[in-house]
Design a binder for this molecule. Structure first.
Ligand code: ATP
Ligand code: MG
Length: 525
């Protein structure tokens, strides 16, 4: 297949794959990349297809720039300046994008905040970040009501000043955005990123969409823009590459709502988090007319890849990364076939390694690490020098994930804390979950270690069955035999628990620590 590079006006890096090198200027501002540049050269080009209903449908780069400029003036009028942290508490919509751009324009640091956060989640993040002003909407004002010393700025409600605002010069290494991790394993940490972070995402975004930027491409994700996956895997790269981004809000995620957005927005490229794909798969939804689907954030699994081919006529490109350093590995169906169960190859510009216990790169199983120099790597954890120090080992950022190379492909074994130690074996939960998901009775599954006096831990699988399937001892035995036959005798789940639903984070990730706590409490009884 001939691969066309996208319309990215000036790629701030060399060719993908062959002789790749970053070409990041010392002065860089993401507002220029995602907005000002296009507004100057192609003001009428559509930047955002806004189906949220909050304003006009087609937002051009000129519109976006005007919104961001006016908001920037309003922030400056409130005394906000370089290095100040400003929250953005808005759902998908043009003002959400304009708010981040406005904050970067004035050299301040934006903090994406999620509209589903309740009081404590909001106040801990806003308090930790020391944000004084939050750009929000009418609903958000209510959410912020209990937070003292925080000023809510609602662009629609206050008379924004008219006029232009010329984006301030910032360094590529200057802090620009503070994004909190998902909190899957503990309290969320604020990853502080520099202006180069957007550039750092571009190669992985291009690749995971089989070269984003082809004619008629149009990008959408059901993930909220408050997460790195929404903001930097979709919204900002789309704006930078020049691919329109669809903004939409769903009351509840489901196939029909999905189809409607795809139809109304002429969507061709989607980032679906695995949890969204699981829901579509459960309803055996089929969608035609898409050009690319990327997924990441959790293991996707070989079974999902097979189903994706049937349901979309496409190979889903799995990618891997974390809030601290994102888009570092990816598949690219246009260039190479994915290795089922692996999360792809290292994305050009990101030096990925698996380290053994001495900290040396190995071909065997070990800690997944990323070498400094990756453009999407955070500067530090905000306010957490000790956790920042622990995150790095010399030149390497430690992801906290375990992996193993299969040639050039990286296989995800599990998070370090989730790897199960049983009778001297180290067992990754991902492979067992992947295997169980291929069984016809299983809807979703979470595998954890359950404390055991003899074996240290045993493998316990919490299984959610498909509609109409009933739990029974026979079925449990069948599932055990199923894994035993396919994986290894030592790694089959010695216990199966049938439950109604798995504990999930707001971003739809399985919270294994809750399952582990449940398993441990069962043991204690
Ligand atoms: P916290 O750090 O607060 O516990 P979190 O790690 O879930 O939360 P994120 O930064 O959103 O927060 O998620 C990154 C993690 O998600 C990775 O470290 C990895 O464990 C997992 N992950 C991301 N992509 C994949 C993938 N393709 N396959 C398997 N796991 C993935
Ligand atoms: Mg993490």
């Amino acid at each position: 297949m001939t691969v066309m590079r996208p319309s990215l006006r000036q790629a701030p890096y060399g060719p993908l794959y062959d002789d790749f090198s970053w070409d990041i200027p010392p002065q860089l501002n993401m507002a220029v990349q995602a907005c000002d540049d296009w507004a100057a050269r192609a003001p009428d080009r559509v930047a955002i297809v806004d189906l949220s209903g909050e304003g006009p449908r087609d937002i051009t780069y000129a519109d976006l720039r005007e919104m961001a400029d006016r908001l920037a003036l309003a922030l400056v009028a409130r005394g906000v300046g370089r290095g100040d942290r400003v929250g953005v508490l808005r759902s998908q919509g043009a003002w959400c994008a304009a708010a981040h751009i406005a904050i970067w324009k004035i050299g301040a640091i934006s903090i994406p905040l999620f509209k589903l956060f309740k009081h404590d989640a909001l106040s801990s993040r806003v308090g930790d970040a020391g944000a004084r002003v939050i750009v929000t909407d009418a609903e958000g004002v209510g959410l912020l009501a209990g937070l003292a010393q925080v000023e809510a700025l609602v662009p629609e409600d206050c008379a924004l000043p008219d006029g232009r605002f010329d984006t301030l010069e910032t360094g590529a290494e200057d802090p620009a955005v503070l994004i909190y991790t998902s909190g899957t394993t503990g309290a969320p940490k604020g990853a502080l990123h520099a202006h180069r972070v957007l550039t750092g995402h571009l190669p992985g975004v291009e690749i995971s969409h089989d070269f984003l930027g082809q004619a008629d491409d149009c990008l959408w994700t059901p993930a909220d823009w408050a997460w790195i996956g929404g903001l930097f895997d979709v919204l900002m790269p789309g704006l930078t590459i020049g691919v329109p981004v669809v903004a939409a809000r769903m009351a509840k995620f489901g196939p029909e709502e999905c189809m409607k957005i795809i139809r109304e927005g002429n969507v061709r490229n989607i980032f679906f988090p695995p949890t969204a794909l699981r829901l579509l798969k459960a309803e055996d939804c089929h969608i035609d007319g898409l050009r690319s689907i990327a997924s990441g954030g959790e293991p996707l699994g070989a079974e999902m890849l097979d189903w994706g081919r049937r349901a979309f006529g496409l190979t889903i490109n799995e990618f891997y990364g974390q809030t601290e350093c994102n888009m570092v590995a990816s598949s690219c169906g246009a260039l190479f076939s994915p290795e089922p169960g692996c999360l792809g190859k290292a994305v050009p510009g990101h030096d990925l390694a698996v380290l053994d216990e001495t900290g040396a790169p190995t071909q065997g199983e070990g800690d997944v690490a990323i070498r400094r120099g990756s453009a999407s790597m955070m500067l530090e954890y905000w306010n957490k020098p000790e956790q920042t120090a622990e995150k790095f080992l010399g030149d390497w950022l430690l992801t906290g994930d375990r992996g193993i190379w299969e040639g050039e492909y990286l296989r995800f074994v599990g998070r370090e804390d989730d790897v199960i130690t049983s009778a001297g074996y180290r067992i990754g939960p991902a492979e067992i979950e992947d295997c169980l998901l291929t069984h016809g009775a299983v809807a979703t599954v979470g595998v954890v270690g359950k404390p055991d006096p003899v074996r240290t831990e045993i493998v316990k699988a919490y299984v959610v069955l498909k509609h109409g399937v009933s739990a029974s001892n026979d079925l449990a035995a069948e599932l055990q035999a199923y894994v035993k036959e396919r994986l290894a005798t030592y790694s089959y789940p010695r216990e199966i628990g049938f439950i109604d639903a798995l504990p999930m984070t707001v971003t739809g990730k399985v919270i294994r620590k809750d399952l582990k706590a449940r398993a441990a409490s069962e043991e204690a009884q």
